[in-house]
Design a protein around this ligand. Sequence first.
Ligand code: PLP
Length: 448
Amino acid sequence: HLPTADLQRLDAAHHLHPFTNGAELAEKGARVITRADGVMLTDSEGVEILDGMAGLWCVNLGYGRKELAEVAAAQMAQLPYYNTFFQTTHPPVVALSARIAELAPGNLNHVFFAGSGSEANDTNIRLVRHYWALKGKPEKKTVISRKNAYHGSSMGSGSLGGMAGMHAQGGMPIPDITHIDQPYWYGEGGDMDPAEFGLARARALEAEIDRIGEDKVAAFIAEPIQGAGAVIIPPETYWPEIQRICDERDILLIADEVICGFGRTGNWFGSQTLGIRPDIMTIAKGLSSGYQPIGGSVLSDEVAEVISSDEFAHGYTYSGHPVACAVALENLRLLEEEKVIEHVRDTAAPYLAQKWREIGDHPMVGEARIIGMMGALEMSPDKANRAPFKAEKGTVGLRCRERCFANGLVMRHVGDTMIISPPLIMTPADIDLLFERVVKSLDETLAG
Ligand code: PLP
């Protein structure tokens, strides 16, 4: 490939990056990643970087799996494309749907495929509204979500999301989507204890249903654990109360499993870890370990039966793409055969949690929280009071992220909170290396 400086110049001249400041990009140039293997990325200068984020929370199986490349090549040679519109199907989409139905909890047995998590959540908006219309309740169309949630970047999924920065651009949210407060005890719990706070934040859903009117609310959507929001692990009281409210008030519950699904929390789905019984799950990312773009909505028997009673006028050219389905199926086979989820539960997550507790004692860290293979470090100058830094929010986080990168580690920052979500295959030795690099980066951030 071209020398790094040429790649950076052409990139800045012609490539518009998602979630990237163009002026900074032009000044500093993008980091060029050219290869990856296992848990390590390699940049264009040959420097190895530990991927603490599994790409964008997606490379669950790690990089460089030849089996996935071979399955993709074989499928491309045999049937590179066909669609699933108008009563056609093909073997990979059949096999993948059946496998997802086996793995999914409860009676979530039916998959509507999309090319991404955003498309799947767009599907969900139409799907829940159409479901209620078919049941003779067309007024039930509001979807309630949460502030600071991330559910994608399209007009519909970005509206479901509750990110103020996104809503400030381009006319979101679209009508009939509302947002309640998130169960973020560290940042918003004040003097309440976590259990009391969890209940209060769950009951905000009931208050919102009452405000809008139960006969106008179609669904509530939430991630089992908010990922991009900053790995917000709700207090234990939260989900049981949300479940009770959705059951009693006849509101469909959509669990967005785009990050939590496929092993990240130590079970196939985050809903299993947190005891949630969703009517619909959104899946993407870990479904193919990011090797192919694919997402979907997994529906309960009851929801699917209603939707299938009519033609659902909705679909994407790449719904059930054969190559993506074949790769996803092989990814699921490898996750199972190599007992990756057991590895998370029995080895990687307990060891990571132990290391995370140690990091919690670092003078920069106000709270270190972790569940499965996703965690956050709330940085604070005053642990006892959970106080923020005086500098503009995000300044310290950005500095820390840059220190991490200089020390050979990808971590993400959400404001002044540092996030990890590494590949699930991390060994204890990888976790030791991660720990060493996090501590070094925190030390350097503290030194200024
Ligand atoms: N839902 C959640 C919880 C996500 O984290 C994301 C992406 O980060 C999405 C949906 C959107 O998925 P995609 O980027 O594949 O459109």
